[in-house]
Design a protein around this ligand. Structure first.
Ligand SMILES: Nc1ncnc2c1ncn2[C@@H]1O[C@H](COP(=O)(O)OP(=O)(O)OP(=O)(O)O)[C@@H](O)[C@H]1O
Ligand SMILES: CC(=O)N[C@H]1[C@@H]2OC[C@@H](O2)[C@@H](O)[C@@H]1O[C@H](C)C(=O)O
Length: 402
């Protein structure tokens, strides 16, 4: 047997695996690095978060990624260069984290790398009959494996697409394994650049589980904060939006986009929820001169209402009542007090954080990719039935260091 496969075989048989989960989301704030100890698989998965760090991206990295990010037209050579560059950068960031934590790379069994999404194109966005759902994450896995000396799983979303999904949201698998609890109705709501939620009914039946994106989370709030205040990357503690008044006419125009009429489950990204998207709505309602306070208040309300309406309408189609659910919040939007206040007003549920279940909301997505790698190496027996958007497949391409 090839010695690489032998190593992988041994890892699969260990009672506990040390796996680094990596996530760099749509906010482009940095790379989340979660060092986890994982035992079991599927519904028996147990995770201990040993270390966590968000390695902030330098302005140079942000500028380079933004030059191709969610854009219809780019310099093609740049995309090719970035694919390798990000792989090498991520490897370097991992090695620095391990050094800081005093952990040798030999102690790490696997890396699970999400990569950087540069374009998400489900059919509902691109609308071209002959082309299937598509998405692209860059930051080559072979470069991470060779540069760290650690077996790396990457590019998780392609298998999901190949098996009939939209390549997202993948959170549902880890959410179900870690958080589904018989006798409790739970919603795991992640408010990142884009918001999504996993619905975990009290039956704990994998075939009833459901996941969808809802639309924008922080991405539009961040974009307009940066546009008007180039030194700020987001509206910290909703300080700007809090002094504004929601503009109902603009809000109605934003909500009239056909994305919100499409059936669930569905996925989206900053390709749709962009500065142009808002500017067009402003033009249509003659609101181009609205104050930044009112604009951010309206965009924050837009996120809150579309998240609440997605949750209400999907639960109304089930045997359960929305008031019997607990919502567990995670993602950066959890730190936005105005967004959370409005969500609490709009949804008659009990609100907690994933931290209350022992998993840090800021680390959750990186941990979820570590769980996906764990499943590919030593699990893969869970059956999610025929529910749309949750194919029962193992995900991630395996890169060996030598
Ligand atoms: N104190 C705060 N006040 C308001 N907003 C905050 C605060 N802290 C974080 N945020 C928001 O959270 C964002 C970062 O969220 P997160 O790291 O979950 O996004 P992401 O992982 O890049 O997104 P995605 O999950 O869509 O890929 C920031 O850009 C900001 O909008
Ligand atoms: C294509 C892509 O990168 N999508 C992300 C993004 O960020 C949030 C939302 O949009 C979600 O669908 C997804 O990430 C999480 C981790 C997921 O797949 O569950």
């Amino acid at each position: 047997m090839n010695s690489n496969l032998e190593s992988l075989y041994k890892i699969a048989h260990k009672p506990t695996r040390t796996i680094i989960g990596l996530m760099s989301g749509t906010s482009l704030d940095g790379l989340d690095v979660a060092l986890c100890e994982i035992s079991g698989s599927g519904e028996e998965t147990e995770v201990k978060l040993i270390e966590f760090k968000t390695v902030e991206y330098s302005e140079d990295i942000k500028t380079e990624i933004r030059s191709v990010f969610a854009k219809q037209t780019i310099e093609f050579q740049k995309l090719v260069l970035l694919n390798q560059w990000i792989g090498v950068l991520h490897a370097d960031m991992i090695l620095k984290c391990l050094h800081q934590w005093g952990i040798s790379s030999e102690k790490v069994d696997l890396i699970a790398s999400h990569g950087q999404t540069v374009f998400h194109a489900p059919k509902i966005l691109h609308q071209q009959e002959k082309f299937p759902n598509a998405t692209l994450q860059i930051g080559d896995g072979d470069h991470i494996a060779v540069n760290t000396g650690i077996i790396t799983l990457s590019d998780f979303r392609q298998k999901h697409l190949a098996a009939g999904g939209e390549g997202a949201p993948l959170a549902v698998y880890g959410d179900y394994f870690l958080f589904s609890k018989k006798g409790e109705n739970r919603i795991m709501l992640n408010i990142g650049g884009i918001a999504n939620f996993t619905y975990l009914p009290e039956s704990s039946d994998a075939e009833e589980v459901f996941v969808t994106d809802t639309g924008t989370g922080n991405t539009l709030i961040d974009a307009f904060t940066k546009l008007v205040f180039p030194k700020k990357s987001y509206d910290k503690d909703a300080a700007i939006a809090k002094d504004g008044i929601v503009n109902q006419e603009l809000l109605t125009s934003l909500k009239s986009n056909s994305f919100f009429q499409k059936p669930f489950p569905k996925t989206t990204g900053p390709e749709l929820f962009s500065v142009d998207f808002v500017t067009n709505a402003q033009k249509n309602t003659s609101m181009l001169n609205i104050s930044i306070n009112d604009l951010l208040a309206t965009l924050t309300r837009f996120s809150a209402e579309t998240i609440a309406e997605a949750i209400n309408s999907t639960i109304n189609n089930t045997n359960y009542l929305v008031e019997n659910f607990t919502i567990y919040l995670s993602g950066g939007g959890t730190h936005n007090p105005l967004l959370v206040k409005w969500l609490k007003e709009l949804l008659p549920c009990h609100f907690l954080k994933t931290d209350d279940l022992g998993i840090s909301g800021d680390a959750k997505e990186a941990i979820l990719f570590a769980i996906l790698a764990n499943e590919t190496v030593c699990g893969g027996n869970s059956d999610f039935g025929t529910r749309k958007g949750i194919p029962s497949v193992s995900m991630g391409k395996i890169s060996f260091p030598n």
